[in-house]
Design a binder for this molecule. Structure first.
Ligand SMILES: [Fe+2]
Ligand SMILES: [Fe+2]
Length: 229
């Protein structure tokens, strides 16, 4: 739902997103008797900071989508979840990894002499890329097929899990170093659009990888994870 549209009524927002009633209550917006009124008009009439309320609604909507997504992923069979991970996250990486590598070598050539941190970013990214490429293959050729007949492959899955979770931890550490080397993906003022795009894509990759690893460690391999035992 796009809360910023002009003809959205307060009642329809609460019907779609129950948590909105709490947000509206906090701003003194009447969502019961005044539910038929347009949100946009009420915001203007009552002098409520529009951006603040739109952002609060959007945040609540995102949270709800995430929790629905987690519930449905939690109830998937390991095979279905593996297919989901492969379709969504492995495919994404197969496009993003080489694209970012090309962009990084371009910006290193153009901006490296002034932005020496790019040498370290380039080195770390190269490590992450090659580690992940073999990692994806390990999952696709060994782990995911083993789930097709999980009962017969428990021991194999358990051994693979230890390796795979270890590789996730190593990737997480490189991501942290990349974040540090790029100054939290801060884009310097004197650089070109390619530099900006590279850092934006790198940050997107970080986000996607965190989600991807969360699904594998905490859902797919949960019962095989021996860390902390
Ligand atoms: Fe994966
Ligand atoms: Fe993985």
């Amino acid at each position: 739902m796009n809360f910023r549209e002009k003809n959205i009524t307060i009642g329809s927002v609460v019907a779609e997103l129950p948590k909105a009633s709490k947000i509206f209550g906090g701003y003194g917006i009447d969502f019961c008797c005044g539910g038929h009124r347009n949100l946009d008009a009420v915001i203007r009439e009552q002098g409520i900071p529009a951006e603040e309320i739109y952002q609060a609604l959007e945040e609540a909507q995102r949270e709800r989508e995430d929790s629905y997504r987690d519930i449905s992923l939690n109830s998937m069979s390991p095979t279905a979840l593996s297919t989901y991970i492969e379709d969504r996250h492995h495919s994404y990486l197969r496009e993003a990894l080489p694209e970012i590598a090309d962009l990084l070598s371009t910006i290193l050539r153009v901006h490296g002499s002034k932005h020496k941190e790019l040498f370290e970013v380039y080195r770390l990214y190269g490590m992450l890329k090659s580690d992940l490429e073999q990692h994806l293959l390990r999952e696709e050729t060994m782990l995911f097929p083993a789930f097709e007949n999980e009962a017969d492959h428990r021991e194999e899955i358990s051994e693979l899990s230890a390796i795979i979770i270890g590789e996730h931890e190593a990737a997480g550490e490189v991501l942290e170093k990349l974040r540090h080397a790029t100054g939290h993906y801060h884009i310097p003022e004197d650089v070109c659009g390619t530099f900006r795009k590279t850092y934006e894509l790198l940050e997107e990759l970080e986000q996607d990888l965190h989600e991807h690893i969360h699904l594998e460690n905490n859902i797919l391999l949960k019962q095989y994870d021996t860390r902390g035992n």
